[in-house]
Design a protein around this ligand. Sequence first.
Ligand code: FAD
Length: 390
Amino acid sequence: MNKKDIVIFGGGPAALTAAYFLADNNKVIVYEKENNIGQKFLVAGKGGFNLTNSLVQNELAKKYLPINFLDKAILEFDSTSVRNWLMEIGIPTFVGTSGRVFSIKELKPIDVLNKIKNGLLEKNVKFCINQKFTGFNNENKPIVNNKKTISADYYIFALGGASWSLTGSDGKWVNSFIKLGIKILPFQASNCGVNINWSDNIKSFHIGKPLKNIQISCGTLKARGEAVITKYGLEGNAIYSLIPSIRKQLNLNSLSKIFIDFKPNNSLKQLLAKLGKSTSSKDYKKIFNLNSTEIALIKSLITKEDYLSPDNFVKSIKNLEIKINSLRPIEEAISTVGGIDINELNSDFSLKKFPHIFTIGEMVDWDAPTGGFLLQGCFSMGHHAAKSIF
Ligand SMILES: Cc1cc2nc3c(=O)[nH]c(=O)nc-3n(C[C@H](O)[C@H](O)[C@H](O)COP(=O)(O)OP(=O)(O)OC[C@H]3O[C@@H](n4cnc5c(N)ncnc54)[C@H](O)[C@@H]3O)c2cc1C
């Protein structure tokens, strides 16, 4: 079988997975614009470093938006396949809290990256660093560093989204694809904090305080977990999961509303029953086991009359409305949506207009929550594109 020439632009997880599964049967070269590959992968490692999630098959596929877009790729290469693949290259994993999958403690993020890189070098994948894709020439061939034209049988672009630009994923590739006639959607933040106008009391005394074991809802989405009060608003897993709904409301109305349930394990009826004969607001903290921050938050967001009315106070424990003004800036976000419009793609992630050009990973307009789902999406896309070529 004749080996095909495959050129991959970008050195992130989507690119590296595609390279791995193509390398046995093809000549593969990876072009990366920075000094090193996988810089955002390493940044991810500084936080939780969830390589994937223990959800498998359809339950895993349900985590991705737009609905059905990534189904095939996820079902073919789900978290079990990812963990088997990582094991094959010397990266054992374990399932931690909330189903998040981590590499074993002995392997630091840089070790994980190096093991993937070594696996590729053993398969003769070539890395060209400090080589930036700068556009397409008149024959629609990619150009590197504004001078070198690259010829190959297939091109795979995995240039990332637009947050954390210091890692190399600066989203500056969009104009080259627009010139190629590809529709690009504006980047927007995902898995990010939100801006809220806190009262002076909250700003003075409650910054950095966590809200634990809460449920937050927005539109049709609900999330249980934790959020932290920051000087600008809220951060944390419980908020990140709601960003698709918050973003949709903000895009429509320039304002979004979330609702916090501080006692998701108790019904409104159960909480009202706890009130008994007490009518004094001084007893709220003890009766409902609320901490000072929770009390202060409720107090700052409802009217004095509602606060002093025990029945209305209980309603706000279950359903405290908070207005969101905007999302945090793209640069800070864990991931972005926007980029290549999925309608430009065939089911194998090749461009309908140029079927020998593939686009994968975060540069394509899809969304998923934190908890390992982002990297899983990138691994699955890389595998799926590779499988359609080899
Ligand atoms: C703080 C943080 C924590 C995270 N934690 C997790 C986590 O725990 N679990 C999880 O699943 N996900 C996590 N993520 C998200 C995850 O890291 C990304 O979704 C993932 O890295 C995207 O992979 P990618 O291959 O699409 O692109 P990227 O990893 O962004 O890689 C793109 C590469 O392309 C290169 N490039 C860009 N433009 C050019 C060009 N013109 N020419 C050549 N090369 C170019 C870039 O330098 C970069 O190396 C986290 C992200 C952040 C920022």
